[in-house]
Design a protein around this ligand. Sequence first.
Ligand SMILES: [Mg+2]
Length: 433
Amino acid sequence: MPTFGLVDCNNFYASCERVFQPELIERPLVVLSNNDGCVVARSQEAKDLGIPMGVPLFKIRNLVRDHGVEVRSSNYALYGDLSERVMSILADSAPRSEVYSIDECFLDLHHLAVPSLTEWCLDLRQQVRAWTGIPVSIGIGPTKTLAKLANKLAKSSPRTGGVLDLVHHPQWREPALRKVAVGDVWGIGRRWSQMLEAQNIHTAHDLSRASDGWVRKRMGIVGLRTVHELRGIACHDLDTQPDPKQTTCCSRSFGRVISEKQDLRSAVITFAERAAGKVRAANQVAGALQVFVSTDRFNKAAPQYGSAATVRFALPTSDALHIVCAASRALERVWRGGFAYRKAGVLLLDLSSAQDQPRTLFDPRPAQKDHLMQAVDAIDRRHGRGAIALGQAPKSRPPAWAMRQDMLSARFTTRWSDLVTARAKPDGQSIGE
Ligand SMILES: [Mg+2]
């Protein structure tokens, strides 16, 4: 029988913060979205206080004060790095794996010759915890949808020890399906869940018993696959070779509004360089570029403006020099004075594989230019992103367009100066500093 595992990091961002800040353990902790806007992650203790997902910080000020809730800005350098470490352990442990999101990974456990899959998963859980400090839960099912569902129960019920196997314990499948609300089934969004609730379908179990014809009519083939998966018929295999991206974007909401053209230009040029770097990292080239800018749409009192301009490249490119020049030209077309800008971004479009590009007569030294970009990428990898940049963007630190990150923890794993130092105490114990 096909056997899928779904490994999901528990309260991932909050757990990452705790790895290097042990004082946060067992305390209510929330992590905020970009510009310190809304809650995007909560520790169990914060969930227990009733802090909802997505709530703006200002609405929970009293709770934060009264219960000493710890608040952190999101630290994607840290989360990204810890995610890679977790994923590499998982990739080594199973024959095939699919990274599904920053904190979730499907495993193919079908041909794993082990006496007890539950024991094996408990060991894997221990290993990830010991090597990275991140707690994970593992759900096992004959389909991806059931593995997801098992994971949800493994996480919420301490009795499972963080692992629930619905393949080797088929008798648990029905009770498991009865426990999960239909809206929590993988692939059932808000619209479908409202429609299903109205039809008296409240749990995953109810949905698994709906008739094929009815499901097909109301939810199409995609919904029917979900229902079959709930019944244990695998419709989705691991997606180990994700489709190459068609577009790449780098955009930000600014920490404060920007009215000066040179500040907006500095932001757009920086985004263009980053987007170019992403495209090179994926070994792709872009056929066109779009720059977009907008004012703060939540500030009803201020005059509103938003615009976008697209530039097509004569030849598809990943060269930062071309891309930054095009971004600069596009910005000239969208810029209007007299507005307070809150957001800007650069989108690279019409991406294709770098290998498939024809060489042209009018580009006699393509290899040399590639070397320049390779050197830039190597310096960035070694010394951190932005270590080297084109002379176009005026450098002020922090730039006017920087995100608000008032409660940012250190980049413990990706910056030498932020490494934690450990000291040996006279009694032989070592402590973090
Ligand atoms: Mg998670």
